[in-house]
Design a protein around this ligand. Structure first.
Ligand code: NAD
Ligand code: UDP
Length: 319
């Protein structure tokens, strides 16, 4: 297949490009580098299965030649207000990537009679009142809260994708991605794992926002990418959760990262750094992915940290 990946220079997009090329597909990457990094694609320069277009997906997208699939990953993704790459600092760009970008990417898929896959998120469940989260849960989202520019853009994107499927017959997929990490996340991304790993490697205390009782469930990037590929190759048009169902508190996560890195500086609690509407609990119910995609994650947290820490070590050594 010839596949367009928007957000190709980002963390997930760059892994997706590599995986698809390894499977024999041709990839056209697209990015405007607002939160991504050209370095993430440097190893693909000169690869005859890869080409790249620098473009903001909020504007009409033109790609020469026939496409068989469009995978829409372009969007800021970190909720951290202290990072310049956090979506609270890029609110209009985030809403445009989710709304106008999704519209343009769907239009391109329609014109090419291509498959379309939307990278949606567990954030569409908001601060959930149902636990774990099944795809049938409608969510608990504040439409004007501090995360609204991301949550509502993704909810709109899901609705638009569903409308293109039902009204125009576009062959769509929607993946609801739960917290995923691995190499190629930015050092200054602001999400919890890059923050904790670099603090630990610097021998500093890990910054827990709030009391650390809030939970998340972390998936390693290769597991996530495999799940997304299986979804692309399936016939499922309704949303599918992909993530790791092993849930832990931020306190447990911090202890585990300090243990793995032998960091003796401990933990500090930053009570007022916790952004409003920060979900208390998050864990995917992956029954649907297991059933229709025969997929479940294989890599546990300890292994995932061991695969990720060397990347951040190298990044820090180059500063
Ligand atoms: P990332 O910030 O590393 O990657 C996003 C990429 O999109 C960046 O390269 C950025 O420059 C690009 N981009 C943003 N707006 C653009 C625009 N208007 N035009 C062109 N390119 C644009 O983040 P990520 O973690 O790789 O996330 C990728 C996608 O997956 C996002 O859509 C995000 O919402 C979704 N997602 C990720 C996670 C996760 O845990 N990593 C969880 C849920 C959903
Ligand atoms: N968090 C933290 N310390 C940090 C960064 C984040 O305790 O240095 C917390 C954050 O408040 C949230 C959780 O870790 O409760 C996960 O945050 P992340 O930014 O990774 O993404 P989210 O899952 O909230 O979208």
């Amino acid at each position: 297949m010839r596949i367009l990946i928007t957000g190709a220079a980002g963390f997930l997009g760059s892994h997706l490009c590599q995986m698809l090329i390894n499977k024999g597909h041709h990839v056209v990457g697209m990015d405007n580098f607002i939160t991504g990094d050209p370095q993430n694609l440097a190893h693909l320069a000169g690869n005859e299965h890869f080409s790249f277009i620098r473009h903001d997906v909020s504007n009409f997208i033109f790609v020469p030649g026939k496409l068989d699939a469009v995978m829409h990953f372009a969007s800021p993704a970190s909720p951290n207000i202290n990072s310049p790459y956090g979506y609270p600092n890029l609110p209009i760009q985030t809403m445009k990537a989710g709304a106008l970008g999704t519209h343009n990417a769907l239009g391109l898929a329609k014109a090419n009679n291509a498959k379309f896959l939307l990278a949606s998120t567990s954030e569409i469940y908001g601060d959930p009142l149902e636990h774990p989260q099944k795809e049938t849960y409608w969510g608990h989202v504040d439409p004007t809260g501090p995360r609204s520019m991301y949550d509502e853009a993704k909810r709109f994107a899901e609705a638009l994708t569903t409308s293109y499927n039902q009204y125009h017959g576009v062959d769509t997929r929607i993946v609801r991605i739960f917290n995923t990490f691995g190499p190629r996340m930015r050092l200054d991304d602001g999400r919890v794992i890059p923050n904790f790993i670099q603090q630990a490697l610097r021998g500093e205390p890990l910054t827990i926002y709030g009391e650390g009782t809030q939970t998340r469930s972390f998936c390693y990037v290769s597991d996530l990418i495999e799940g997304i590929y299986r979804l692309l190759m399936s016939d499922e048009h309704t949303p599918v959760n992909i993530g790791n169902p092993v849930e832990m508190s931020m306190l447990e996560l911090a202890e585990s990262i300090n243990d793995t890195t032998n960091n003796s500086a401990g933990i500090i609690f930053k009570e007022n750094m916790r952004l409003g509407n920060d979900p208390e609990r998050r864990r995917p119910d992956i029954t649907k992915a297991k059933k229709i995609l025969d997929w479940e994650p294989k890599i546990n947290l300890k292994e995932a940290l061991q695969l990720t820490i060397p990347y951040f070590k190298e990044k820090l050594s180059k500063l």
